[in-house]
Design a binder for this molecule. Sequence first.
Ligand code: C2O
Ligand code: CU
Length: 541
Amino acid sequence: VLSSFGKLGHRSQSVLHPSGTKDILTVNGEFPGPAIYRHRGERFNVNVRNEGKYNVTIHWHGVKQPRNPWSDGPNYVTQCPIKPGANFTYEIILSDEEGTLWWHAHSDWSRATVHGPLIILPEQGKGYPFPQPQNEVPIVLASWFKGDVMEIIETALQNGGEPNQSDAFTINGQPGDLYDCSTEGTFKMMVDYGKTYLLRIINAIMNEEMFFMVANHSLTVVGTDGAYIKPINTSYIMITPGQTMDVLITADQSPSYYYMASRAYAVVGAYDNTTTTAIVQYNGNYTPPSTPPLPNLPNYTDTDAAANFTVRLRSLANEDYPVDVPQTVDTHMYITISMNTLPCVNNSCDGPDGSRLASSLNNISFVEPSIDVLQAYYKGINGVYDTDFPNEPPYYFNFTGDDLPDTLLTPERGTKVKVLDYNSNVEIVFQGTNVMNAAENHPMHLHGYSFYVVGNGTGNFDNSTDPTRYNLVDPPEVNTVGVPKNGWVAIRFRADNPGVWFMHCHLERHASWGMDTVLIVKNGTTSSTSMLEPPSYLNPC
Ligand code: C2O
Ligand code: CU
């Protein structure tokens, strides 16, 4: 199937801006962008034509792209940007993903408005592993900024301080009718009494994990990150940036209007504490309520509510949807995730004591190279990256201790990658830290793979006892995992997808500050276990 959409252009959106309108970058004039529907295992091409004013790339979040890093998209990791006026054709190769994924810009902060659903239906003629819903409804959670997002991040990086994290959240492009500007456009989901609907929820928000609920209705989560799970009945979900969830909801309440609502789980920082809403509206004849009921969302500091939901995720793991969890490990990595400061390059910056804010993995603060890593790797160009990303933290201390000032660690800046052998079994333990007393949940995302979340816990990982409690039977298979505040997560995967794959925190300000690295997975010994040839056209840097 060959399909194409293009035209990244500007259009005016008349919400939440003092002057009434502002320009945002969109795809085909839509915010959120157009939904792409495909069946499991299909291949398709997308031609992207950049009619905007900034460089851009597009990433297919959660698509494994077997042997095909060329179309993965992260700027200066697998490609050089598509410049204004230029275009690039992505070849998207689906394999065993099934459920909700998404696409988004992967250059600077353009993904704030350049994103949309990528929905992967079962193979032609096959159904879901749950009763067929009456209808499917994409629910895209996003951030809205009054200012220009590109200016916001550029200025913040120059001055070294915190960027604005957002001015409002949106559901399917609108903040909802708790805002005067959105009384007209609020998203409405029409339902018939007694029917069941599949919500395909995407957290495209830039900087905050989110709670999500529908007033008076219970939710059944049946999938996450393009894989099915054992159904979870719950009143709320917690969804981190980068994650997706497939959620069934049955219209079993008295016909009326009900709010669906979402608000941040954000324990530190200048978070956005606003609530975005949409309406679930029953078809039929009744008197609409003057104010529909609002759901009782967990508080923004409710770490227990966040953790209690996340630990319930388990792979479906049955005959039709088997799991293949590595039972042994060849390469073990232990990676600390920290907030840091770096010395200011000019006179004085806006970070603590005139420093500039940074962040790191194993005390390395990632620097975007000026030629993409993939091209440098493929062509053997030296000096673009180093292969000495450390397997473990360079310094040990009580990572989750109480008083860990920013002066404890000064990260090293560099483009450091980790090289993995083809088909090796890899375990990564992500360790959250409280450096700068800035512990928070970090949604770690890996390109090119889904991985199994085999364990998690609070405090510091203990290699002698924690692995004995791993779930190696039905752990969830995801592409993004929230590393709990002041806790750890262990993931496993088989390195069977050769290529160059970005790994980073999906909180955009952390990624911008250097909370990123790259995994290079070597080729196997045959051509069918090696990277595909590059496309005939590559964007010049
Ligand atoms: Cu959703 Cu590296 O991205
Ligand atoms: Cu983070």
